[in-house]
Design a protein around this ligand. Structure first.
Ligand code: SAH
Length: 189
């Protein structure tokens, strides 16, 4: 039987984000990719809210635009063809939520993956941008070299962040084969 409650890291990320984000909120999809999380976020914030989406691949943004348009939510979304490490060039107000789904796009080029240095810049900037009780989710893929570096850097960063600034939760499957991704959920205090 398929798992129903303890499912994939990406689904669990949505559970946490879904709890925190309300109509009218401002949120960021830091890795648009196929646009599924962007669509999910755009529904949560409703027409009065705003979603900013980042991706370095034009092709991904084109597909995502199509998906958002088909679902009638494109007007509340701003897609930005730049790296998430430059997030503060585009967003200056505080935000309620930020989602990261790291790694490479399934079906896309495996060389175009998120990278430890830029990922870490984006995470740090994102933490600054989060409002109190704002939520950040990060799905980390450790099954490839670049992903292992990201895992190491991200965990060593968060292990040292003051618990008075953020609460950091790590959720992962301990009995699954083939390096399943794990989830970090961060709440700004
Ligand atoms: N690994 C996930 C999908 C991740 S998609 C899965 O298996 O479902 C990650 C997306 O991040 C890709 O579309 C890629 O182009 C994008 N990306 C890579 N580096 C980026 C950066 N610096 N800023 C923003 N997006 C980036």
């Amino acid at each position: 039987m398929q798992a129903k409650y303890i499912t994939k890291a990406t689904d669990l990320a949505r559970e946490f984000i879904g709890k925190a984000i309300k109509p009218g909120d401002i949120v960021v999809d830091a890795t648009v990719g196929n646009g599924n999380d962007t669509l999910f976020l755009s529904r949560l914030v409703s027409e009065s809210g705003r979603v900013y989406g980042f991706d370095i691949q034009k092709f991904a943004l084109k597909e995502a635009t199509q998906k958002l348009q088909t679902n009638g939510v494109l007007d509340r979304v701003e897609l930005i063809n730049d790296g998430h490490e430059n997030i503060n060039k585009y967003i200056t107000s505080k935000v309620n939520g930020i989602m990261f789904n790291l790694g490479y796009l399934p079906g896309g080029k495996h060389e175009i993956t998120t990278k430890n240095n830029t990922t870490l810049i984006a995470i740090k900037t994102g933490i600054e941008l989060l409002k109190g009780n704002g939520i950040m989710t990060i799905v980390v893929y450790t099954g490839h070299e670049e992903g292992k570096r990201e895992e190491e850097d991200i965990l060593s960063y968060f292990e040292k962040v003051d618990q008075n600034i953020v609460n950091v939760l790590k959720l992962g499957f301990i009995n699954q084969k083939n390096n399943p991704p794990f989830l970090l959920v961060i709440e700004k205090r």
